[in-house]
Write a protein that binds this ligand. Sequence first.
Ligand code: HEM
Length: 259
Amino acid sequence: MTDVIDRHEVERILADPAFRVPEADAATTRPADRFRARASRFVNGAAHDARRRRLEELLATLDSGALATAAAARTRAMAPAGADAVAVQVPVACLAAQLGFADADSTPDPVAVLADHYPAGGPSDAADAALVRLLTAAPPPGRGDRRDDAVLRVQLLVQAHVGTAALIMNALGHPAAADPDVPTAELLATVLRDAPPVRTTRRIAPDDHELVLHLGGPDREAPAGRPRIIAFGAGARACPAPGPALAIAVAVVDGLRAC
Ligand code: HEM
């Protein structure tokens, strides 16, 4: 395993389809591991491209303005529980509500359990139970839905969980958060550049060597002397949801800075 830390090099590798993601075990029978194999994140080639297209269609149904309004209201209601609780609960609950999940406020707990299992997989009764809860809460298939839409909707919640919560907490912990003259959108851009919420990702090189790619390392070819922002990845597998992620994060951080 080799670490790649320079952002220019990381971006180049992320944009090169010859570097693949480590694949989930498609033969597994454990529910949470089957989930990894049916999501877009741990498959390559045509299977990834088809699932990615469908994820983008599902994301296109989201309304970022309504997400921000809902996130602001939920943040006001939950603020007494503390920033950690708000960061973990509010983004997932807002997305779950718009994606049609039943009882959206009960989804963040199982999503956190499944998100913990998601990067590496492996046998886990807790992750299996969390997946079953989420698939039960997912909307029933409607006209035009595909067979794996429930899986992809759950994937969206799982992917949203870690990145959005970490962005919110990193922003609140930044010294500029205490300065009322720094707009929240600017604060978040600084954090995405200097303290990316998702710190690393992995790829398999064409020679089968595994690489750990750092999203917050130095940038030897920094444009205008500032490291490029690759917090949302790059290339065909880059995060498809920076819009919803930022709409929610701005509303939550604004609300918590005002407390
Ligand atoms: C600040 C919050 C977020 C950050 C920093 C973030 C970051 C990332 C990164 C770096 C990747 C690419 C991983 C790789 O190339 O190996 C990724 C993928 C992904 N993200 Fe995000 N993400 C965030 C929020 C979200 C949200 C809110 C959603 C859903 C609503 C989401 C959905 C996804 C999905 C579905 C993928 C996989 C794409 C694919 O397989 O092609 N992310 N994210």
